[in-house]
Design a protein around this ligand. Structure first.
Ligand SMILES: [Zn+2]
Ligand SMILES: [Zn+2]
Length: 104
């Protein structure tokens, strides 16, 4: 699968410039990132098909951890929504539930 010309490609997005403390190694080298999945053709991402969850990835030790650490001062950016109809987790930017189609 290394030479496919079209398909789904992951794309890592940096959400924050300022590194945070890594819970694994204790150094301020962890950055908040999100892995989005793009439909791509000839290695060019065309459009996103799936938005990933934000995770902290440490540049030093490579540890991946949840951004819901106690020192997180901006929970509103990362807040998750749930569909009131079916209870599935939703992207906060969604206006309609992709699972059951009900308006949020
Ligand atoms: Zn680390
Ligand atoms: Zn729903």
């Amino acid at each position: 699968m290394f030479f496919f010309i079209g398909g789904i490609q992951p794309k890592t997005v940096e959400l924050e410039e300022i590194p945070r403390l890594c819970p694994a190694c204790g150094l301020a080298q962890a950055r908040l990132r999100r892995v989005d999945y793009y439909l791509s053709l000839f290695f060019i991402p065309l459009f996103p098909v799936k938005r990933g969850e934000p995770v902290l990835i440490c540049d030093r030790c490579g540890a991946v951890s949840s951004p819901d650490a106690p020192f997180d001062a901006r929970p509103s950016v990362l807040s998750k929504k749930e569909c009131p109809q079916c209870g599935q987790p939703l992207d906060p930017t969604f206006k309609y539930c992709p699972h059951c189609g009900s308006r949020i």
